[in-house]
Design a protein around this ligand. Structure first.
Ligand code: SAH
Length: 205
């Protein structure tokens, strides 16, 4: 599937029915999701691979991975309402994804999930709860040797320090995330947030 076709497919998916600010529920816009997925695909990290989407929300990344030929895809999401939308979205595009309702902070999750080839994620940026992205990074590094994550531009140094003895940042791809007015504290119709897609390679066995 070509990049543009993937983008168009993801564009048609439903968003959060009742977005929650405390969980930083922002659906990744299709062009950004497609960029992450296509990049990972070109690196050989999607086709035929087992892929886990942490904080899968309405399923955009997980579904896109399935459309690009991932062997097995799991989405992990705390909010069961979002999982319901994600399941409907997957059905719409005939994507084969298993969604699990779970908290990434649950210490039994690594055992329950087992090992994957690749993690993809757009974790909370920590705007509502500081360091909300840390449990996502921790879980990602414990279940897969390769992780693609979307982070606020400029987070690179923090991520580098935080993952120091466990992983290395192998690539950085820039992008922007247009956030539409969703919550009462949003003052503009659309706010462009500069982001970076990081490819983390685990350095511990
Ligand atoms: N991956 C989706 C959603 C990104 S928004 C997309 O790309 O469109 C971040 C998601 O993380 C939200 O769906 C939110 O509900 C989920 N989330 C936040 N904290 C979580 C936690 N502790 N455990 C699991 N999911 C969580």
């Amino acid at each position: 599937m070509k990049l543009r076709k993937l983008e168009i497919a993801l564009q048609g998916l439903s968003g959060f029915s009742e977005p929650q600010a405390s969980l930083e529920q922002y659906q990744t816009p299709a062009p950004l999701a497609a960029r992450l997925l296509y990049h990972a695909f070109m690196k050989g990290d999607i086709k035929g691979k087992s892929v886990c989407d942490l904080g899968s929300g309405t399923g955009v990344l997980a579904i896109g991975a399935s459309l690009l030929g991932a062997g097995m895809v799991t989405g992990v999401e705390l909010d069961d309402k979002a999982v319901k939308v994600a399941q409907e979205n997957a059905g719409l595009l005939d994507a084969d994804v298993r969604f699990i309702v779970a908290d990434v902070k649950d210490h039994t999750l690594p055992d329950r999930l087992g090992q994957y080839d690749t993690v993809i994620m757009n974790p909370p940026f920590g705007a509502q709860k500081s360091h909300a992205d840390r449990p996502f990074i921790d879980l990602a590094l414990s279940i897969a040797p390769v992780t693609y994550g979307i982070f606020n531009a400029g987070s690179r140094q923090f991520i580098k320090t935080y993952t120091q003895s466990r992983a290395g940042i192998n690539e950085v791809v820039g992008g922007s995330f247009p956030i539409r007015r969703t919550f009462s504290f949003h003052t503009r119709d659309v706010q462009e947030i500069e982001v970076e897609i990081l490819r983390l390679i685990r350095t511990i066995p």
